[in-house]
Design a protein around this ligand. Structure first.
Ligand code: NDP
Length: 447
């Protein structure tokens, strides 16, 4: 889809101002293309330069993170926090610890987060952060020292009414614990609402761990229902075997589907009987081992090293590892193998070329900002519980999550129809989210 002529200069400005940040360019381009049909209907947004303002982060924080390893050697990493847009509420979005992290990745994630958070209907703005620190192979004490050093600077910039980070790749409940401990120690405040994804014993919320994966599976369930189908008898493939992947598998099984393959950064496993989730959790969450251990334990399973999981035929695909893992080649393979529904558990795992191929082939495609919004939505519920010093049951929290995912699906579908693109979840998600943020920005004056 071409970019509307009134938005072309916005994209040119983003390229000029953010050289070399290709992931950010990709994310902006997708949004500009899909909100183009809304330009004529809302000239007031263009007059107020709303989209140009959205593309420029409100605040960008880059800092040094020095830490010492177990041998006494000093290392220096770089920390980031992108406070992108706070029109709807405090900045909200995760922290990613991975060697690939640089400004362009954090900006793309922060930009996406604005729209994702708006889609939930909850009062949260968009932000993201992280570091190029590689947690792999580090001891527990090294992870703790790194988190403490990271928070020593980050604490100046965050707060329950300002900016509320959470986890992402490489940042799970262990890291959130160390980060929260250091925040509490430096500020002398037990400010539970400053971080989400906390452990249940110190202010965490039920279902937060499961939320992104569960939410993605709920979203697929709605996409299937919109086609007059359900999960029963369907096979699914999930990439990754981290937080999102594991719980996407769990909920898919509960909803009647069968996940036959998943992956990690070394390869993938296929288990036609359906992935044994207890074993997978033990390998990845407890023992923190490679996925090859699965095939060593389950006789009918096979492990394929160094290849993409998208070779495995399936009805439903849920990419839940990292960005740009489904290119045109993988999309063609999935289509050829009969896949009819794709929903992004990860952020931007599908390239624009692959999205186009899916849409042309009539494959229902749910973008991450809709399909994986269950995580941040449940983080907002954690903030609500912290603010009222309350804690809800698992069942109640899960009902809220399911209701939110259904709401997001309806919002995407109805908006796509309203703008003459029925079934186009990308356009529906972007336009619905954009108009919500734009209306809030118009109300707040020139900020
Ligand atoms: P985890 O770190 O828990 O898991 C990531 C998984 O993806 C691991 O299995 C990892 O393999 C694999 N992986 C990471 N990088 C690569 C790569 N370059 N190539 C192949 N495999 C890779 O992260 P999460 O599950 O939390 O996040 C996954 C995705 O979901 C990310 O895009 C994240 O932004 C997105 N997301 C996460 C949310 C959350 O609540 N956690 C919320 C919304 C989106 P290995 O085990 O070998 O490292």
């Amino acid at each position: 889809m071409p970019i509307h002529e009134r938005l072309e200069n916005v994209y040119a400005e983003v390229l000029a101002r953010n050289p070399g940040e290709v992931e950010f360019h990709q994310a902006v381009r997708e949004v500009l293309e899909s909100i183009s049909p809304a330009v004529g209907k809302h000239p007031q947004y263009a007059d107020a330069k709303i989209i140009s303002r959205i593309c420029e982060p409100e605040r960008q924080i880059i800092f040094r993170v020095p830490w010492e390893d177990d041998n006494g050697e000093i290392h220096i990493n770089r920390g980031f926090r992108m406070e992108f847009n706070s029109a709807l509420g405090p900045y909200k979005g995760g922290l990613r610890f991975h060697p690939s992290v640089y400004l362009g990745i954090v900006k793309f994630l922060g930009f996406e987060q604005i729209f994702k958070n708006a889609l939930t209907g909850l009062p949260i703005g968009g932000g993201k952060g992280g570091s190029d620190f590689d947690p792999k192979g580090k001891s527990d004490r090294e992870i703790m020292r790194f988190c403490q050093s990271f928070m020593t600077e980050l604490q100046r910039h965050i707060g329950e009414y300002t900016d509320v980070p959470a986890g992402d790749i490489g940042v799970g409940s262990r890291e959130i614990g160390y980060l929260f401990g250091q925040y509490k120690r430096i500020t002398n405040r037990y400010e539970s609402g400053v971080l989400t994804g906390k452990g249940l014993i110190y202010g965490g919320a039920q279902v937060r761990t499961e939320a992104t994966g569960y939410g993605t599976a709920y979203f697929v369930n709605e996409m299937l229902a919109a086609r007059g189908e359900d999960f029963a008898g369907k096979t699914a493939v999930v990439s990754g075997s981290g937080n999102v992947a594991i719980y996407a598998i769990e909920k898919t099984h509960q909803l009647g589907g069968r996940v036959v393959a998943c992956s990690d950064s070394t390869g993938y496993i296929v288990d036609e009987k359906g992935i044994d989730l207890e074993l997978l959790k033990d390998i990845k969450e407890v023992r923190r081992e490679r996925l090859s251990s699965y095939a060593e334990t389950v006789s009918n399973a096979r492990y394929v090293e160094g290849a993409q999981v998208w070779d495995v035929p399936c009805d439903v695909a849920m990419p839940s590892a990292t960005q740009n893992e489904i290119t045109g080649k993988e999309a063609e393979r999935l289509i050829r193998n009969g896949c009819t529904v794709v929903a992004e558990g990860a952020n931007m795992p599908t390239t624009p070329e692959a999205v186009q191929l899916f849409q042309d082939a009539g494959v229902a495609f749910g973008p991450g900002k809709a399909a994986n919004a269950g995580g941040v939505a449940t983080s907002a519920l954690e903030m609500q519980q912290n603010a009222s010093r309350d804690s809800w049951t698992f069942e109640y929290s899960e009902d809220r999550l399911e209701e939110i995912m259904r709401g997001i699906h309806t919002r995407c579908r109805e908006t796509a129809e309203e703008y003459g693109m029925p079934g186009n979840y990308v356009a529906g998600a972007n336009i619905a989210a954009y108009t919500r943020v734009a209306d809030a920005m118009l109300s707040l004056g020139l900020i």
